[in-house]
Design a protein around this ligand. Sequence first.
Ligand code: GLN
Length: 526
Amino acid sequence: MKYIIITGGVMSGLGKGITAASVGRILQNRGYRVTAVKIDPYLNIDAGTMNPAQHGEVFVLKDGSEVDLDLGNYERFLDIELTAAHNITTGKVYRTVIDKERRGDFLGETVQIIPHITDQIKTCIRNAAEEEFPDGTKADICLVEVGGTVGDIESMPFLEAVRQMHGELPEHDIVLIHVTLIPEDTMGDMKTKPTQHSVKALRELGLHADIIVGRSDNPISAGTKRKISAFCDLPQSAVISAATAPDTYAVPMEMEKEGIAAVLSAHLGLDKKEPDTAWYRLVNKEYTNRVTVAIVSKYGIEDVYISIKESLKHAGRALSTEVKIAWLDAERYERCSLKDYDGILIPGGFGKRGIEGKIEAIQFARENNVPFLGLCLGFQLATVEYARHKAGYADATSEEFGEGTHVIGLLPEQEGVNELGGTMRLGNYNADIRDGTLAMKLYKEKQITERHRHRYEVNPQYIGDLEKAGLVFSATNKNRMECLELPDHPFYFATQFHPEFRSRPTHPSPPYLGFVEACRANKRTI
Ligand code: GLN
């Protein structure tokens, strides 16, 4: 097993995750099997209980773990499916060590950050790296992205564990990539000082950057590379320019052009040279069409809905259609503006805020034949909207929001659940698709598997009335409703699950494909 460690300097939010995923893609294109681990140096056990407005989307894996959004980037770029083991947090590490201490595993010892916590970190990294893929094979190379910025107190134990790994592994089995910011001054000159400082901070921890990826608005000049090379003790060829790309999927190709593969190969003793370029051709396809989709949501922050955004992109690319997104604030948007979009999408969410605005948008889509895609909360609100305006339950709502007719109710297994961390209906569940439905047309399969994250469902008590009023539940898991649709509408489709978590640039998610295609057919915007 070979390890590629990715650290970040200067500041967070530089696109370390995309850099890591791109490096993985470059190696995968050469025939190596690649897996990835994300380290998040916070005390939460997982990302499930965090506010997405602060940390971005909570990504859900097949095993139901709620993880950092970077795992979504890895899954999309590498076309693999990861598990809980691939997101290591300070909380998980400490919990394991403290549980062991209570069991008496360290009897007589003083339990300390070094060696107990660092040993546990190394074990977690190794376990994730060695985990088998579903076909029984293992990865050749494991990417390890250390979240946060070098110098943070929180990431110290993780960087110390990495330092120890350096000493323990054979020379060609570990390489460190440091992602840093190269800002420009008002004259347009590129400044290397922040990079020098962060490399110095790495050095103080006993780590040396083998490769520096410089993030900047414009490509880094040869002169700047020379300077970084001199100050940071690495050859000029190991300074990789990563200027902001218009599309993240283009990053692997840009880094490929910078020659990162040769530098990595030399460090890791890799011999496969020629990359398969199919992936690069795929992401380079030209658009011949454009649609604009309105996403009516509570947070207008794109990172909260990154998987949805990417899924629209995957579908759009397959249909040579550029998908523009208009973010409408559910509490504030102008109702009359809804007519200006080619389609309306209502994403998942929690809590009462903004739901009435979303319901109005759903009603508008239903009554005006505008393509509509509802996801999780969007599915539940479509049920509420239909119950209110078509099935005679004027006070219909979800149990999550308070008084009224609960056409959406708590899942029975949630009764008495008091802990909020990791207790929803999470991860992969099957759904059986009804013949002759839009769901069947989209998926072309009788049974599908998709990822879930919810506590509420369509209340079985009201299914009969909703169906009688014309709503079609086209996919179910026993008596649990998974998809809904309206037969006499150009595209009205909603899912209790989150199809966006399984969408890949190489195989877009069927509901997203159908939605974008319908938006194109409905095209009103220019
Ligand atoms: N809040 C809803 C539930 O818990 C929907 C969740 C979601 O959209 N992810 O069921």
